[in-house]
Write a protein that binds this ligand. Structure first.
Ligand code: ADP
Ligand code: MG
Length: 238
């Protein structure tokens, strides 16, 4: 039997007032795939990730995530999703540990093991020594790593990342590269928006480009050189 795709979006329409953003978007993603979602500013990448995360609803079309239907089964979907939003969803006046504890309770993670799970995840992203420092004292790179720890804390099937490299220096980018490679190898399905074409080509299995409200490009990275990708990107979005 063929496994059902973990993400199934069909003819998705999303508008803000009179402004149509998604105009019949179709996308299927199989479990474990790493998809890089590219597209110019304002093309609707964040809008689409928010729909996938069950944080907003489409005007038309059908959307299933992990076999659950959106928006009807949004809470079941949210339990399977880890989101690293463009702006880190952190409480600035809580410590790293408290941020994760808050999130863990929100997701009803077992309280007996929560503390050790939190320390393990902070260690995983290299923040164990900063566990009791306030999130607002963290650099952008550290906040991104804490966001990733938070997104992975409930071991979600799907990881959604919205421009996670923005504002990071070379060293922080390299750390994020290895954390994403690890998440991919561990079998998480990943959808990441980015403007970094080379990074997309090297990390992802598949590149899709959103423009004029639809996916206008869908190519496996195995068939793609970085030069080819930037030429294709310019042609599609130009
Ligand atoms: P991207 O992430 O690709 O840059 P967005 O999904 O953020 O694009 O935005 C797509 C379009 O929708 C833009 O024109 C943006 O101004 C508009 N938009 C996004 N969010 C809202 C909102 N909450 N209210 C009104 N318009 C919005
Ligand atoms: Mg965006």
């Amino acid at each position: 039997m063929i496994e059902r795709p973990i993400i199934e979006a069909q003819s998705i329409v999303k508008a803000y007032g009179l402004l149509p953003v998604l105009r019949g978007l179709d996308l299927q993603v199989v479990r474990g795939q790493f998809v890089a979602l590219l597209g110019p500013n304002g093309s609707g990448k964040s809008t689409f990730l928010r729909l996938l995360a069950g944080l907003s609803r489409a005007e038309a079309g059908s959307l299933f995530v992990g076999g659950w239907q959106l928006p009807q089964e949004a809470s079941a979907v949210r339990a399977q999703i880890g989101l690293v939003a463009h702006k880190p969803l952190l409480y600035e006046n809580l410590t790293a540990r408290e941020n994760l504890a808050f999130f863990g309770r929100l997701y009803h993670l077992p309280t007996e093991s929560l503390d050790s799970q939190i320390m393990q995840s902070l260690k995983h992203v290299g923040l164990e020594r900063r566990a009791d420092d306030l999130a607002r004292t963290f650099s952008r790179g550290m906040q991104q790593r804490l966001s990733l720890a938070r997104a992975l804390l409930h071991d979600p099937h799907i990881l959604l990342l919205d421009e996670p490299y923005t504002g990071l220096d070379q060293a922080a980018c390299a750390i994020l590269d290895s954390l994403l490679k690890e998440a991919h190898a561990a079998g998480h399905t990943i959808v990441m928006t980015t403007h970094e074409l080379d990074r997309a080509a090297s990390l992802a299995d598949r590149i899709i480009i959103l423009s004029r409200g639809k996916i206008n490009y869908d190519v496996p990275t195995a068939d793609l050189s970085p030069t080819q990708l930037s030429a294709d990107y310019a042609a599609i979005t130009g």
